[in-house]
Design a protein. Structure first.
Length: 478
């Protein structure tokens, strides 16, 4: 009965998150309430749930804490939940949150200092089709280093300066959504879902990139080829791509902008290298990069004694621009999923899928289709909670070793999950943060996107799954 109540709370919270825009209630609020309520219910009924799902761990905890031996069972269970499980969950969650905060601050630093303008101002072509392909490929590779939202904003603000006709601009904006989602899915730092998988050790840099970059390219190129047929001729109206604005123009030199861009983007690229060399969690690498950029900008501004302090974008000021509600949303979702994992709900659902579906490709394809409707963060978090990482010993003892091997680090389940959850969000404009952001900036209607873009995005998504399957089938035969 308790687990049923927890499932209802989670589903209701999920519904509130999905209906964020019609209800005009920030999804962070719904996620935080859901996460905390689930832990409250779990703690209140811990005396029934902990012995059922964590009997060995509870016994070991009591044996190592002699003061608990004579306490009632309910107090022993509450102590175990509060002092062990909550702290373990918080430690795992913090790795992801600190990484996000660091990465988002680095991206904001580059942005407020005009670093991205160095890239966008080089786009000068007036051919509509060439511009579409150029924009898409820049977005694809840029989003593998930056978050999808920032990449989408940078690129859509560029096309707003170049393209006057809003219907044509919607085509470009739609391809930015698809390219940003596809580009983020093949990099360990390109999307929140891949960051989650990478931080937890489900995927590695050397595994995810070669396995998913071709499917991700296919998922972008097919819609790109189809949408190219919607554009003809050259651009005759709109401002040039070389125009830009911002307070940094008056106080930051081009050389300083370039150095901040190089330090920021180069640092993000080096984070996976830092992890492989030091074996420290990724958030340590991202904090090191942030510290270096912070130090550099402080020295830079120290030399500008004649510049008003209000024009200086120091890190303490830039941190205020970081999207904290998004960070709190991830906190709430990961807390909620952690509670469901502790109570065996996710394990039971995984057993159901193993029994009735038992197909990695079908399971992940369905997750990707669901991510077009609901947020992909809880979907991936739930999948990670449902399927714990396996090791060679567990694989050798499994009834179906080939199936169990898919859940090892860099297993095909996790790699395909990264692809499906990231790329599937492009099928509907509300299916990803990049889609929602561009929908707000460009006022693209849901029905227009559904009528003109969704089918080509779906074709690209399914084609990418097919390429992924073909890659691993050929490798298995070799």
């Amino acid at each position: 009965m308790v687990t049923e109540v927890m499932i209802i709370i989670f589903l209701f919270g999920y519904l509130m998150i999905a209906l964020e825009h019609p209800l005009k209630i920030d999804k962070a609020a719904s996620a935080l309430i859901t996460g905390v309520l689930l832990w409250v219910v779990y703690t209140l009924f811990g005396a029934h749930l902990v012995p059922q799902f964590h009997s060995e761990e509870l016994l070991h905890y009591i044996e190592t804490n002699k003061t608990l031996a004579n306490l009632p069972a309910i107090q022993q269970c509450i102590s175990y939940i509060v002092d062990v499980q909550v702290l373990e969950q918080l430690g795992e969650i913090s790795e992801t949150l600190f990484f996000l905060i660091g990465a988002m601050t680095i991206v904001e630093l580059i942005d407020v200092h005009g670093g991205f303008a160095i890239i966008t101002n080089r786009i000068t072509t007036r051919d509509k089709t060439k511009l579409l392909w150029l924009i898409a490929f820049i977005t694809f590779f840029l989003s593998s280093l930056l978050d999808n939202m920032t990449t989408s904003i940078v690129m859509v603000m560029l096309i707003r300066r170049i393209i006057k006709n809003y219907k044509e601009r919607w085509v470009y904006a739609s391809m930015i959504i698809i390219a940003a989602n596809s580009g983020g899915a093949w990099s360990p730092i390109g999307d929140i879902t891949t960051i989650m998988l990478w931080v937890r050790g489900n995927i590695t840099t050397g595994g995810i990139i070669p396995s998913t970059i071709l499917p991700c390219l296919v998922s972008m190129i097919i819609p790109l080829f189809i949408s190219s047929k919607l554009l003809h001729g050259i651009i005759t109206a709109g401002k040039t791509g070389n125009e830009a604005s911002g307070s940094w123009l008056t106080i930051i030199t081009r050389k300083e902008r370039a150095s901040i861009l190089l330090l920021g983007v180069g640092g993000l690229i080096c984070v996976p290298v830092f992890k492989s060399i030091t074996h420290l969690p990724p958030f340590m690498g991202i904090l090191l990069v942030l510290g270096i950029l912070w130090f550099y900008t402080e020295i830079m501004y120290k030399r500008k004694v004649c510049v008003d302090e209000s024009l200086k974008h120091r890190v303490p000021r830039v941190i205020r621009r970081v999207d904290i509600p998004t960070v709190l949303f991830f906190l709430g979702i990961l807390l909620a999923v952690g509670a469901l994992q502790m109570t065996g709900v996710l394990g039971g659902f995984a057993s159901f899928l193993d029994t009735h579906v038992h197909n990695i490709y079908l399971t992940n394809t369905l997750i990707g289709l669901m991510s077009a409707v609901v947020d992909n963060v809880p979907l991936v978090a739930a999948a990670m909670g449902m399927y714990p990482l396996t090791d060679p010993a567990a694989v050798s003892m499994a009834a179906d070793p080939a199936y169990a091997a898919a859940f090892m680090p860099d297993g095909i389940f996790w790699e395909l999950l990264a692809y499906c959850a990231g790329v599937g969000g492009s099928i509907l404009i509300i299916g990803s943060v990049s889609g929602v952001v561009i929908m707000g900036i460009e006022k693209i209607s849901f029905l227009w996107y559904l009528k003109n873009i969704s089918l080509m995005a779906l074709i690209g998504y399914l084609a990418g799954v097919g390429v992924f399957w073909l890659q691993h089938t050929i490798l298995a035969l070799i």
